[in-house]
Design a protein around this ligand. Structure first.
Ligand SMILES: Nc1ncnc2c1ncn2[C@@H]1O[C@H](COP(=O)(O)OP(=O)(O)OP(=O)(O)O)[C@@H](O)[C@H]1O
Ligand SMILES: [Mg+2]
Length: 488
């Protein structure tokens, strides 16, 4: 039987085919329509651990480790049945577990072969053990899931780019921080988020591509990034890379540090204010009385003088005394604790009063006021006189910054739980390095300025529980923004 049923009975077979048959790394079994095994290859015998004589002539299900039953009786799908019915290739997956071993998984492909022989068609079954492959896929899937869960719970933006700087990964935090969806940024250049003029990532990446050992790689870089709406914000950037078969991927972990920067700035400001405040208050106090005496006597002397030149000199003395008195007053305003005299007030009418006062000081041909006040602004509890002082300080600065003339634009608007006041000018503007210092006492760029106007204003707004800052474009103008809480 074994001799008769050998592969040699298939008309097309040759010794050459037989050699291929045995060298193929999949298990191959040739059966007839009754499931009787006619031939198997070497791998098949190695797998079942039986000699050829013990296999050929047996029913396939007797040899298979699955069970002793025909597959369709058991829970297994018999591929030969279907291949016979449809006369076409059938692929099934068989899972089985031998006692004491791990579950194995095989793909079995059954090919019907019509030989024209009268004993019916033959079937060739090729079995591949895919246990390792399936386990690998499963492990990869689990790994991918774990990776994406970590990525999406990370609070910092994680962005991957390829060697051409194209974004290939953009996690949930990145979407939140940069305000773009994944689809909007994927495959786009990194310069969408960190434009070349703000950072040196191009130089870094190119340097790395050339040298493979950039000194800055892995170190934190501080750059300016761009949100979708065009808002710039400071970020801290950690860069790393990996290379798989020559394909380089860069990963950037981006931390939005705008809040941190603001807090640092505030802290620094209050520390400096506290330190200088004490000394200055003491000095101002010491100057006050001698100044009163100098002023008083100078007046008396001036009244007694007749010589024009001496009168002129005394007028100069009196002018400087007035200036010093103003300084002492400003220092007093700056150092004293402000007790607000608060009442319900409408910020719009406070601003209208201020505009009237300021218009009295400037010529309408040179300086104009444009006022756009929100009609639905609710009244807030504040000290309107102190706020007037703040607005006057800011407008005075604006007018001084527009020596050639220009417009002061004032707007109010309702914000979520605050009232926002914006005062803009078209003046010389403030350089970025100066912007950090304008609220510090005695910071001035003006020849006759004391550098106290904004320091006092800042303190007064702080006393109201509000906040204030400035945005400026040198050469174009400056906008001061004040936010006062509505629910004090
Ligand atoms: N609108 C503005 N445009 C340009 N620079 C400004 C503006 N407002 C403030 N500054 C800058 O900020 C500095 C500080 O302003 P601040 O009002 O505190 O002092 P000052 O105007 O110099 O003196 P003073 O104490 O008399 O007000 C100014 O010297 C100027 O350099
Ligand atoms: Mg000023």
């Amino acid at each position: 039987m074994a001799e008769n049923a050998s592969l040699n009975r298939i008309p097309d077979s040759t010794l050459f085919l037989k050699a291929i048959f045995d060298s193929i790394s999949e298990e191959i079994m040739v059966i007839d329509a009754t499931g009787t095994i006619h031939d198997v290859n070497k791998v098949f015998l190695d797998q079942c651990g039986l000699p050829r004589e013990a296999v050929v002539g047996k029913k396939c299900y007797e040899i298979r480790a699955l069970s002793g039953n025909p597959c369709h009786i058991d829970r297994y799908d018999c591929p030969m049945h279907r291949a016979k019915q449809n006369n076409e290739r059938v692929e099934v997956i068989h899972r089985y577990r031998q006692p004491g071993a791990l579950e194995r998984e095989l793909t079995r492909i059954m090919y019907p072969i019509s030989t024209g022989a009268k004993d019916g068609p033959y079937f060739v079954e090729i079995s591949t053990d895919v246990t390792e492959y399936r386990n690998l896929i499963r492990r990869l899937k689990a790994e991918k899931k774990r990776f994406s869960t970590i990525l999406d719970t990370a609070t910092d933006a994680v962005i991957c780019i390829d060697k051409d700087h194209k974004i290939i990964l953009f996690n949930a935090a990145a979407q939140r921080i940069f305000a773009y969806t994944g689809e909007e940024v994927l495959n786009r250049d990194l310069n969408l988020l960190i434009p070349p003029q703000y950072g040196n990532h191009y130089r870094l990446l190119n340097q790395f591509l050339e040298t493979r050992s950039p000194p800055e790689m892995g170190a934190d870089l501080k750059l300016t990034a761009l949100r979708k709406g065009g808002e710039e914000f400071p970020v801290e950037l950690g860069l790393s890379f990996y290379e798989i078969e020559g394909d380089i991927t860069f990963t950037a972990i981006v931390k939005d540090i705008s809040m941190q920067k603001q807090l640092e700035k505030k802290l620094l400001q209050s520390e400096r204010l506290a330190a200088v405040g004490k000394t200055v208050a003491h000095v101002a106090h010491e100057i006050k009385n001698p100044l009163m005496i100098i002023g008083g006597f100078s007046h008396q002397i001036r009244d007694a003088l007749t010589d024009e030149k001496s009168i002129q000199k005394l007028d100069m003395i009196l002018e400087e005394v007035r200036r010093l008195e103003r300084l002492v007053r400003s220092i007093g305003d700056f150092t004293k604790v402000h007790n607000l005299v608060s009442r319900m007030s409408n910020i719009n009418s406070v601003l209208q009063d201020v505009v009237k006062i300021m218009q009295g000081f400037c010529s309408p041909e040179k300086h104009r006021f444009s006022v756009d006040l929100a009609p639905d602004l609710s009244e807030i509890i504040c000290d309107p006189d102190k706020l007037k002082q703040v607005f006057i300080n800011i407008i005075t600065n604006g007018l001084e910054a527009m020596e050639e003339g220009g417009t002061i634009a004032i707007t109010t608007q309702k914000a979520m739980d605050s009232v926002e006041i914006r005062i803009s000018d078209e003046g010389v503007g403030i350089h970025e390095k100066d912007l950090l210092h304008i609220f510090e006492p005695f910071f001035t760029t003006r020849e006759r300025g004391f550098g106290l106007g904004l320091a006092i204003s800042y303190k007064l707004i702080e006393a109201h529980g509000g906040e204030m800052w400035a945005d400026s474009v040198p050469g174009k103008g400056t906008t001061f923004v004040i936010r006062l809480p509505t629910g004090q």
